[in-house]
Design a protein around this ligand. Structure first.
Ligand code: NAD
Length: 264
């Protein structure tokens, strides 16, 4: 299978680092025009330069905007009024016991992880339906199904994304637009590297030991028994964004190393 998205424009939110950055590179390698996004212009410029190296003829641009706010989303849409492929990737996570999570954290997690995708889908999906082609992908998490007791607020946002994603797919009936969610498992993104480095420092371990222990202790059901690479997650997202994935719609696709112990 050769995935060719030349002529299509893809926006990847939160793509200056981590999984989003790998997705931006993966889409650029299919010939797509890619729009990267992050909050600071400096990081966006660096990301554009890096993604350009992977590009196969498409244009690579970027918009600095905070997609956790209505104003940020509006300013992004103003600069980039139309896209064929929307990857709702931006997301934050932080382990915190339920009894220590204040209201503000619940609201912030909801704004960053859920409302960003809601607002951008509302802005971009009508033109996709009108053109009769489009792809929306929500980067959820296995935490949508296996709610982590150390960050219930995060799990809540990831389950909410599955709900929004499936609901939007219902609006595509009879069109060539698809809306899906991808559920990564533990993935060695920049955000997670920081988290693992902190764990290593706290426990007097090397980062490799801390990562291996994390999987054993907190994700014992993982069949791969390791963190995924950001590229391994991006591969699934590029596929589901492709023309070849035309009959995958309304799905929550697992890329979690088998840690969700169900058959379907
Ligand atoms: P990361 O922290 O490494 O990168 C997140 C990116 O989003 C960064 O570029 C950051 O600058 C950007 N960002 C953060 N807030 C933003 C905002 N308000 N506006 C615009 N950009 C913003 O994160 P990651 O680990 O790559 O996670 C990406 C997505 O994958 C998230 O939705 C996360 O929940 C999901 N996920 C990650 C893992 C994992 O283990 N890494 C597992 C499952 C799901």
């Amino acid at each position: 299978m050769h995935i060719d998205l030349s002529g299509k424009t893809a926006l990847v939110t939160g793509s200056t680092a981590g999984i989003g950055h790998a997705i931006a590179k993966g889409l650029a390698a299919t010939g797509a025009n890619v729009v990267v996004n992050g909050r600071s212009q400096g990081k966006v410029d660096q990301a554009i330069a890096a993604v350009k190296k992977a590009a196969k003829g498409g244009t690579i641009t970027g918009v600095a905007a905070d997609v956790s706010t209505a104003e940020g989303c509006a300013s992004l849409v103003q600069v980039q009024p139309d896209v064929d492929i929307l990857i709702n990737n931006t997301g934050i996570f932080e382990p915190k016991g339920f009894f220590d999570i204040p209201d503000e954290d619940w609201q912030r997690f909801f704004d960053v992880n859920v409302m960003s995708g809601v607002r951008l889908s509302r802005a971009y999906m009508p033109a996709m339906l009108k053109r009769n082609w489009g792809r929306i992908v929500f980067i959820a998490s296995e935490s949508a199904l296996m709610i982590p007791k150390e960050m219930i607020h995060y799990g809540m946002t990831k389950t909410a994304q599955l709900s929004v994603s499936r609901g939007l797919a219902e609006l595509t009936r009879g069109t060539a637009v698809t809306v899906n969610a991808v559920m990564p498992g533990p993935t060695m993104s920049e955000g997670v590297q920081t988290f693992v480095a902190d764990l290593a420092r706290q426990n007097g371990q090397s980062e490799e030991e801390a990562a291996a222990n994390f999987v054993k202790q907190h994700r014992p059901g993982s069949l791969i028994q390791r963190f995924a690479t950001v590229e391994e997650i991006a591969n699934m997202v590029v596929y589901v964004s492709s023309k070849e994935a035309a009959v995958t719609n309304g799905a929550a696709l697992r890329a979690e190393g088998g840690l969700v112990q169900t058959i379907a």
